[in-house]
Write a protein that binds this ligand. Structure first.
Ligand SMILES: [Zn+2]
Length: 87
């Protein structure tokens, strides 16, 4: 049984797989549904490995943006992609 006021405190965990799926859309601000954003952030608050990954990728995204602004960086992107696949 769940009562309406339990909804926020007992938000269902979306799990690591779903969190990773949502990851890039979240970073790019492409998730329109506030509930989905809340679900994602809720998972990050409770999952250390996804939280670490989020921090890592956020920094990476910032680096990529500034690197791309300076010069075309296909080689860098390729190396980073390989790095991320092995992360
Ligand atoms: Zn997780």
């Amino acid at each position: 049984m769940r009562t309406p006021d339990q909804k926020e405190e007992h938000r269902e965990d979306i799990g690591c797989l779903k969190a990773i799926e949502m990851f890039y859309a979240y970073i790019d601000g492409e998730i329109d549904d506030p509930e989905s954003v809340a679900d994602f952030e809720h998972h990050l608050e409770h999952c250390r490995s996804c939280y670490s990954r989020a921090e890592f990728e956020r920094l990476l995204a910032e680096r990529l943006k500034s690197a791309a602004a300076e010069r075309a960086s296909h080689g860098l992107r390729k190396r980073l992609r390989t790095l991320m696949e092995n992360f």
